[in-house]
Design a protein. Structure first.
Length: 139
């Protein structure tokens, strides 16, 4: 009998904990775009959106991988879920080539594009679906 009460109590506590896990975060808006560098897609590069207000709400920064055509879809929590509405500074990172010999991977982009303070790239995400204008960069 005591074991049944303990099991029932354990189940109750676990159920309460699971209910708290469903807490809602900020509303995410489906967001996609395209990026071209000297007219070519930086396939496999990562595009990262840095909130202008700098708020650290505990979420990952919205980010997306660039496909062979230059398209990306932002992810914040789960694949393709989008980004919170707001203004962002944008970076392009991790577009790497294999190094030669003992050299490690090397970025194909100028370092300025990996820094939100120097990239010069900006975007605004609004409530609802977003198809951003194409980012056209030159090396």
């Amino acid at each position: 009998m005591l074991m049944s009460v303990i099991r029932l109590g354990t189940i109750f506590v676990l159920a309460l904990g699971a209910a708290g896990c469903g807490a809602k975060g900020p509303k995410l808006n489906p967001t996609s775009g395209k990026i071209l560098i000297d007219g070519k897609a930086p396939e496999h590069a990562t595009v990262v959106f840095h909130p202008v207000n700098g708020a650290d709400d505990g979420l990952a920064k919205p980010h997306g991988k660039v496909d062979a055509d230059g398209n990306f879809t932002l992810t914040t929590i789960t694949a393709g879920d989008g980004a919170p509405a707001g203004d962002y500074r944008v970076t392009v990172e991790l577009w790497l080539t294999k190094g030669r010999g003992d050299e490690g991977p090397k970025s194909q982009l100028p370092a300025k594009f990996a820094n939100p303070d120097s990239s010069g790239l900006k975007a605004t995400v609004v409530e609802g679906p977003n198809q951003l204008e194409t980012f056209k960069l030159g090396k």
